[in-house]
Design a protein around this ligand. Structure first.
Ligand code: ACM
Length: 704
């Protein structure tokens, strides 16, 4: 079976629109049309520029707009309760910060006609959202009035996010363009997994990530709370779990309650994961009797990868322990679902334990997978006793697993399809592993329910959605935001918007805008990497380093694992930690090269200027490197960069003149390109594919 440690490096393809907002302004006019990807307009001030992310189900642009000024007011009906009134205050806060208009946060008194009216049809009784809640809303913006209507408080929250994304400049002020939007999600389970097990993520990181999730309508925080490297949650029933298993870094139960409340107020469910029977070393530091090897000998794992520790599946004491622990967690977490992991249990401890081997023999089990299936069934009964449904990674799928169990896919999509065919509800994660540095385009185009799935309509309904996964081996609080965002926003759109939404260029245009919005609202996906570069440069602003970094991205998870062998002891302050996955230049560069190869002289000019800027900055970067020990770790890439610039200048010159470069030039360029893909320095140039295309075109040019 494949495992995530040995995935091969994938060439990513797409690039982010660096000048997304500017590009938006020159895209063609939208006439009222459901889900037209290019819902942007040129022309006069006040025309609609669609920067919504995710795209709504249906959207019609109407003439005119509503000016945002001091007289803006809002009102709420009572059905929304505190969640909607708090959401409205956050909305007004965002509008104030976007526009500079000091809009009052106090709602207008009932009976007065407010600019924005928010109506929730059904009174709120829930204290937390639940799978399957109605999330739909309707939004009407007219020049005099905005009406947001939703069946539930959750729909109202989503509608407010959409409304805040509609704000756009118009001449000397800001407006809401007139629109009619009817919107509802395609899938009910739209998640993001966080892994504080490998590297602890303090509560503020969780809060800001929930803010980002709410902005793009993700609705499940999957919280991977236990790992070989740390047990991250307080248990009062078994306190040695966190006392001995966490190195002091864990969430108290009060912090957990606060996170659940914060998430609920944003329409987000919290599903905890307690990984078992494997990935469980940290449990056994305090409770060695849980393990399958003769103990006590367990210490918290420092290295990453697959460890041998596995809970003992044949002792009744194991199930009594899990009953106590899961019973406690079932009280703490109100969501109906609990994730039991189930991944990467290698069976070594089981095969080395004579009592376990004898048990397997006595029960006619031919391999440890069957024993794990037995363990899962026992755990499922414990969860059912505590009124919880089970979720597990796709290793838990076996013929006698109760149909209620939800399967989370992380192997190929065929595992998802299989699970649905066997009658299980299932969620897709395989294409959305953020640590594999897939581009936003790759993840956006990967569909949880592809047209060729071969599933019956009834089976297709079992596909609940998906989750982006942010595994924790290579991320720390200072770097995690740029690893999650903005790519998770592209995934969020895949989960929310209609299947027909597949225009990659338009997605990147809107993603660039969403990046700015998220960063402004406290998710430092842009400012984090900038801070990292400042620390490497040792100056407040270093343009040469920023320019260099704009051409780079981190290597894939498995390459980093092979090259660096990161562990819990590694310091994550290198160039690789300060450059962004799928950087904006990547997509822009690809578009420019495509344009240049089609003879577009403006694109050739832009490329030429870009290549010259690299050449011009190279001496300053060399100087910086000389005084920066950490930058010296990237010396091969630093030395290669101006050669790539010269390569580009030569290629453009050949294309322009129609005169192919001299003999030997291509061989020399190929040698540079080979040097440029060296993975030892943990960064990849994000522009090599299109640059190579340019070189090949230059060699065969016959003039334009
Ligand atoms: C996993 O990536 N081991 C679920």
């Amino acid at each position: 079976m494949i495992d995530r440690w040995y995935y091969s490096l994938r060439a990513s393809v797409a690039r982010f629109a660096r000048l997304a907002l500017r590009a938006a302004l020159v895209l063609p006019l939208l006439v009222a049309a459901p889900l037209s990807a290019r819902q942007a307009s040129a022309g006069s001030a006040g025309d609609f520029v669609n920067t919504l992310m995710p795209l709504p189900t249906t959207l019609a642009n109407k003439p005119g707009s509503l000016a945002i000024n001091n007289s803006f007011t809002y009102s709420l009906n009572a059905n929304g309760g505190a969640f909607v009134s708090q959401g409205a205050i956050r909305l007004i806060d965002r509008l104030r910060m976007r526009t500079g208009v000091p809009i009052s946060k106090t709602p207008a008194t009932a009976g007065t006609s407010a600019t924005l009216t928010i109506d929730v049809l059904t009174p709120t009784h829930e204290t937390v959202p639940q799978l399957g809640d109605d999330e739909s809303y309707t939004l009407d913006v007219d020049p005099q009035h905005i009406s947001l209507r939703a069946k539930t408080w959750i729909g109202a929250l989503h509608g407010m996010q959409t409304l805040s994304q509609l704000v756009q400049p118009s001449g000397d002020h800001f407006v809401f363009p007139s629109v009619h939007i009817e919107d509802a999600p395609r899938f009910p389970w739209r998640g993001l997994m966080l892994d504080p097990g490998r590297h602890f993520l303090p509560v503020p990181v969780i809060y800001r990530t929930l803010d980002g999730m709410a902005a793009v309508k993700l609705n499940v925080l999957h919280w991977h709370l236990t790992e070989d490297q740390g047990f991250r949650i307080e248990s009062r029933v078994y306190p040695k779990l966190q006392e001995l298993g966490s190195g002091g870094q864990y969430y108290t139960q009060q912090q957990v309650r606060d996170v659940i409340a914060y998430a609920a107020a944003r329409g987000i469910r919290v599903v905890p994961e307690f990984d078992m029977p494997g990935h469980s070393t940290s449990w056994m530091v305090g409770y060695p009797e849980l393990g399958s090897a003769p103990g006590p000998y367990y210490v918290i794992a420092e290295t990453f990868g697959i460890h041998d520790a596995a809970m003992n599946p044949i002792r009744e004491s194991t199930y009594r322990f899990l009953d106590g622990f899961l019973g406690e967690m079932a009280q703490l977490f109100p969501d109906e679902y609990i994730h039991i992991g189930g991944d990467e249990s290698n069976g070594k401890e089981w095969r080395s334990n004579p009592a376990i081997v004898a048990f397997m023999k006595a029960h006619n089990m031919t391999d440890t997978k069957e024993l794990q299936a037995y363990f899962n069934q026992r755990v499922q009964k414990i969860l059912a006793k505590h009124h919880k449904q089970m979720v597990g990674w796709d290793e838990i799928l076996s013929p006698n697993l109760p149909r209620q169990a939800v399967i989370q896919n992380w192997h190929g999509i065929e595992f998802l399809i299989n699970a649905a065919k066997q009658g299980h509800r299932t969620i897709l994660s395989h294409p959305y592993y953020l640590d594999h540095m897939y581009s936003a385009a790759d993840m956006f185009l990967a569909d949880p329910l592809p047209a060729n799935s071969g599933l019956t309509p009834e089976q297709a309904r079992l596909i609940l959605g998906g989750e982006a996964c942010m595994w924790g081996e290579d991320v720390i609080p200072q770097t995690i935001d740029s690893r999650i965002w903005p790519r998770a926003a592209a995934v969020a759109e895949r989960f929310w918007s209609p299947a027909s939404d597949r225009d990659v260029n338009d997605m990147y245009r809107r993603l660039g805008v969403e990046s700015l919005r998220l960063d402004a609202e406290g998710v430092p996906l842009l400012s984090g990497p900038e801070r990292g570069l400042r620390q490497l440069a040792g100056t407040e602003q270093d343009q040469a380093l920023s320019l260099f970094a704009s051409t780079l991205q981190p290597v894939d998870f498995s390459v980093r694992m092979r090259q660096q062998h990161p562990s819990a002891a590694t310091v994550f302050n290198r160039l690789v930690d300060a450059v962004r996955p799928d950087p904006p230049l990547k997509h822009t560069f690809q578009l420019l090269v495509d344009g240049a190869l089609q003879g577009n002289t403006a694109d050739m000019d832009k490329l030429d200027a870009l290549f010259h800027s690299w050449m011009n900055a190279a001496p300053a970067l060399d100087q910086l490197e000389a005084g920066s020990p950490l930058l010296q770790e990237a010396s091969v890439h630093i030395a290669t960069w101006p050669k790539l610039g010269q390569m580009g200048i030569d290629a453009i010159s050949a294309l322009r003149s129609g005169k192919a470069p001299p003999a030997g030039w291509q061989d020399a360029q190929n040698a540079v390109l080979k040097q440029a893909v060296d993975p030892h320095e943990l960064v990849d140039f994000a522009i090599l594919g299109p640059l190579e295309k340019l070189v090949n075109a230059a060699v065969t040019t016959k003039g334009q």
